[in-house]
Design a protein around this ligand. Structure first.
Ligand code: NDP
Length: 222
């Protein structure tokens, strides 16, 4: 039975990932920062661990729990949008968004990626097209955009380090998805986005290592 790790599974895209992998019979290890969300994930058949991705000790505790695991896929999903005002961020706004969207992956990838090496598995981060510099034509959400551009840089570095160990590392745009972050007007249901994301990650081979892909597999400019 293949094993998936989903980091940030309390709601939205991460929660749907857990639901779909479980439906297909996968073993799922999932994280959420609140105990009640872990309890709910356990009801779905996941092995749930409490994790706040902004807390280094919390990541260290997860590393200890995952010791000796072999994973086939890992999705780093947890993220925040941050301020919606049009000006540059305050220091606390910057810290919250950058710690959640960037520093967390810098800390989690060295914990998770080695667990994918023996299976020649796949590591995916939930980035956003809003982080693309090459495709940029609007400046709203400037802090979120900067955080996802930085996350893409982190993913690219991971692809160099862990690609050499057989791990395929990919940054994904999930589409504009109907979640708390995406809002009700979004064009894609979580079911549709996650179906695409899972199928795309399942079919890519090592040549996709270090790429930035739409949920349907179309390449996105960095
Ligand atoms: P939601 O706002 O619905 O869910 C965000 C998830 O991240 C929740 O599970 C939340 O947990 C978790 N999270 C946030 N901060 C932390 C933290 N410090 N520790 C642990 N978990 C945390 O977002 P989506 O499901 O829509 O988004 C998932 C990912 O996809 C994000 O990275 C987002 O940037 C990206 N994305 C989404 C798009 C969309 O249209 N929805 C478009 C492009 C990218 P909790 O419940 O505890 O707050």
């Amino acid at each position: 039975m293949p094993t998936a790790l989903i980091v940030g599974a309390s709601r939205g895209i991460g929660h749907e990932m857990v639901r779909q992998y479980r439906l297909e019979g996968w073993r799922v290890i999932a994280t959420a920062r609140k105990q009640e969300d872990c309890d709910e994930l356990a009801q779905l058949g996941a092995e749930a661990h409490q994790l706040d991705v902004t807390v280094a000790d919390s990541i260290a505790a997860l590393a200890w729990r995952l010791d000796d695991e072999q994973l086939d896929v890992a999705w780093l999903v947890a993220g925040v949008y941050g301020p919606t005002h049009g000006s540059f961020p305050t220091g606390p706004e910057f810290d919250t968004v950058m710690h959640t969207n960037v520093l967390s992956s810098m800390r989690l990838i060295p914990v998770v990626a080695p667990l994918l090496a023996d299976t020649r598995g796949r590591l995916a981060v939930l980035s956003s097209r809003m982080g693309s510099i090459g495709e940029r034509s609007a400046a709203n959400g400037t802090l979120y955009r900067a955080s996802k551009a930085a996350l893409n840089s982190v993913l690219k570095d991971a692809s160099i380090t862990y690609g050499a160990q057989g791990v395929t590392c990919v940054a994904f745009h999930p589409g504009w998805v109907q979640t708390d972050m995406g809002g009700a007007e979004a064009g894609l249901t979580p079911e549709h986005s996650v179906r695409d994301l899972r199928a795309t990650l399942a079919r890519v081979d090592a040549s996709a290592n270090g790429s930035f892909l739409n949920h349907d597999g179309a390449p996105i400019a960095w």
